[in-house]
Design a protein around this ligand. Sequence first.
Ligand SMILES: NC(=O)c1ccc[n+]([C@@H]2O[C@H](COP(=O)([O-])OP(=O)(O)OC[C@H]3O[C@@H](n4cnc5c(N)ncnc54)[C@H](OP(=O)(O)O)[C@@H]3O)[C@@H](O)[C@H]2O)c1
Length: 328
Amino acid sequence: METTAFPGWIVRDAATFEQLDLALLDDLDTTVRVRYSSINYKDALALHGRPGVVRRHPLVAGIDLTGEVLASRHPRWQPGDVVTLNGAGLGEDLHGGLAGLAAVNGDDLVRVPAQLGPLRAAAIGTAGLTAALSLLALERQGLAPETGPVLVTGAGGGVGSIAVALLAAARYEVLAATGRPAELSEHLTALGAARVLDRTELTSSGKPLGKQRWAGVVDAVGGPVLAGALAGLQHSGVATTCGLAGGAEFPGNVLPFILRGVSLLGIDSVRTPPLRREAAWQRLTQLLDPALLDSLTRVVPLAEAKDAAASLLAGTGTGRIVVDVASA
Ligand SMILES: NC(=O)c1ccc[n+]([C@@H]2O[C@H](COP(=O)([O-])OP(=O)(O)OC[C@H]3O[C@@H](n4cnc5c(N)ncnc54)[C@H](OP(=O)(O)O)[C@@H]3O)[C@@H](O)[C@H]2O)c1
């Protein structure tokens, strides 16, 4: 075990940047020297003292980590393996990735594909895993590029940006809904969106059934936006819901379900079983254009993680924020 000092973000009453006391870490089978973490919506909540994420105090924040195995009692992992881990309790009830060292369960780790490398794996993170799980869920229900367009809500955010890029790479016609069409149109079109919609188009009528415009939906927003997305689904269309950036309440109506036979699928990346994680990472590695991924990624040093997270709470974040844990 290294004896170097490892700085990190520890959530006590509030999140503080301090040297990690190694005695804080749990005795889990694999120790990882963390190289990168990232800022997801949940990280922003945890770092800014909002409830609902951190279930144990003190806790190392960070729901993602990417780094190198230092030691492992798990049969799959050797020192030097480059691995990534998203969710699985990190930063919620297990110590997370916003510190230089982590002790984790080897069962949940995914090997970082060599063609991706650790920085891009961190850029994908929970947001990208969730986008890929959403795509896989839609396809298990029969969605295919020829079925019709796919709407992505919260398209400017982490899940949304990667969903746009991923779906476009898989040859879907992507409609990207955002609250910032003027600011983000060019960016979203470059990621692969065929059209950019102002999200008020989804919420203005308030009616449960509208014109049938899309065959699939990847929703990261919830609230009235999700209700509007369901109202525009074609007959037998399918939607996934993973997020609540626009509200946890669902002002929905059963009419799309009973008159158009649509389906709504829940996505939980945190407890995704290992085989499904591997499948999602395989799809991400095959499909995502590295240059596009880089274009939606910003890297910040560890000490700036909390400041960088504020933009997600304000709804003004764009794409993905990677935290360079080695650069404090
Ligand atoms: N279930 C899971 O496993 C899972 C995994 C990852 C994330 N999530 C959830 O998914 C959501 C998105 O996560 P993220 O990391 O992508 O966050 P993010 O980067 O902050 O993106 C959220 C996006 O939602 C839109 N938005 C923000 N505030 C809004 C509001 N008041 N009304 C309507 N739209 C709003 C914005 O997009 P525009 O500016 O383009 O409109 C924003 O960029 C969060 O709720 C997160 O907790 C769930």
